[in-house]
Design a binder for this molecule. Structure first.
Ligand SMILES: [Fe+2]
Length: 385
């Protein structure tokens, strides 16, 4: 099978690298930048530190500090309007996936007229590069510094959609593990599972390829060894660095193969019930691995063993799936990942998203994706996880 592989964005990775933000913006010729983050990043003191580092290089800043989870289209337009009023010549996205998605959308609208909705999907791709965009992740999950697009909630249709292409592309990702040591355990858990799903889903996607498999396997191995450590010992910089590296690899791994059932199911869960992205995409993962084991048994074996569950050489396909599912369930329990019932959802509410999974999903799982299959996965996850 021919392979398509791309690692779209340059990345500066390592402890303390966020201190170089001012110099890097100078290299791009920036004189005043729009810095985009949320209240959590502000309260943690990270925004003030990064802004001070930018200002120290003689570059002006204006802050958009109202990033929302599942960022709605209107907030992207609000951020861009601020940047246009302040006549900025660059953008910095600082935080988790929502901040980076908002920054990607805002960059697009600094050089192209609103509304943002007209740029969604492949038909809306803007091919000309706009103003420089540097993103600095503060969570180890989204890998957005290594993806070619951003996810935005289309409030007209109540679905998440994507902007992709040069118009919203990252000019540089600065990935500094020191920024993640203060991350609360529940965010470490949810974002860590997002990274795990990126790696696992791209590894098992129908569009897998030999390049992305190498990257995905390393991400899966690193997460298997380090997510529970990062969860229980937040200040463990080795665990944090490994998780951040894994999330960056996850972003690269999915750039060709994309994700499948985990994200197909997680997106409508996020849009309808505002469950954090990582928790929603992982909500049915044990059941998904069991379901797809017949199509990709050796890959499911690898995942089970990376999580510490030995799979006997003679194990049947069903047993391989069960061992992998059990390993993911144990991981989710260990890091106290909330389940559907934690959010007060009823089974019928959860099953109600199945039509949207079929309508908007990518259907790249290696087994058939029908509405009945999705309803079964949701039903089993509701009962078992
Ligand atoms: Fe994700």
């Amino acid at each position: 099978m021919p392979s398509v592989f791309a690692s779209p964005n340059p990345v500066l990775f390592g402890r303390g690298t966020s201190k170089e933000i001012g110099e890097k913006l100078k290299e791009f010729g920036c004189t005043k930048v729009l810095v985009i983050f949320d209240q959590g990043v502000k309260k943690a003191g990270i925004a003030d530190t990064v802004i001070a580092n930018i200002n120290r290089a003689g570059i002006g800043t204006v802050a958009y500090d109202d990033v929302l989870p599942d960022p709605p289209d209107w907030s992207i337009e609000e951020a861009a309007a601020l940047g246009l009023r302040e006549d900025v010549d660059g953008v910095v996205g600082l935080g988790g996936g929502s901040s980076m998605d908002t920054a990607k959308g805002a960059k697009l609208l600094l050089s192209n007229p609103p509304p943002i909705n007209q740029y969604f999907g492949r038909d809306g791709v803007v091919k000309t590069a706009g103003k420089p965009l540097i993103v600095i992740p503060t969570t180890a999950g989204t890998g957005s510094e290594n993806t070619p697009g951003g996810v935005i909630t289309d409030t007209r249709r109540n679905v998440k959609d994507v902007v992709v292409g040069p118009g919203c592309a990252v000019s540089l990702g600065i990935v500094d593990p020191e920024l993640t040591v203060a991350l609360p355990p529940e965010i470490t858990a949810s974002t860590g599972m997002d990274a795990f799903c990126h790696a696992v889903e791209s590894f098992t996607s129908k569009r897998w390829n030999s390049f992305s498999d190498v990257v995905a396997k390393e991400a899966i191995t690193l997460i298997g060894k380090n997510l529970t450590r990062a969860y229980h010992e937040g200040s463990n910089i080795e665990a944090r660095e490994a998780m951040l590296f894994a999330s960056s690899l996850g972003g690269i791994a999915m750039s060709g193969p994309l994700c499948h059932l985990g994200h197909d199911i997680g997106k409508p869960l996020g849009a309808n019930f505002h469950i954090p992205h990582g928790t929603s995409v992982a909500s049915c993962l044990p059941q998904i691995l069991e379901y797809i084991a017949p199509a990709v048994p050796e890959k499911i074996r690898f995942i089970a063993e990376a999580l510490g569950n030995h799979v006997p050489e003679t194990a049947s396909v069903d047993t391989i799936g069960e061992l992998a599912g059990a390993a993911v369930k144990a991981l989710m329990k260990e890091i106290n990942l909330p389940n559907f019932k934690s959010y007060g959802l009823t089974k019928s509410e959860v099953l109600g998203i199945a039509p949207d999974v079929i309508k908007f999903g990518l259907a790249l799982a290696p087994m058939p994706t029908t509405e009945d299959v999705v309803r079964n996965l949701l039903s089993q996850a509701f009962e078992e996880n």
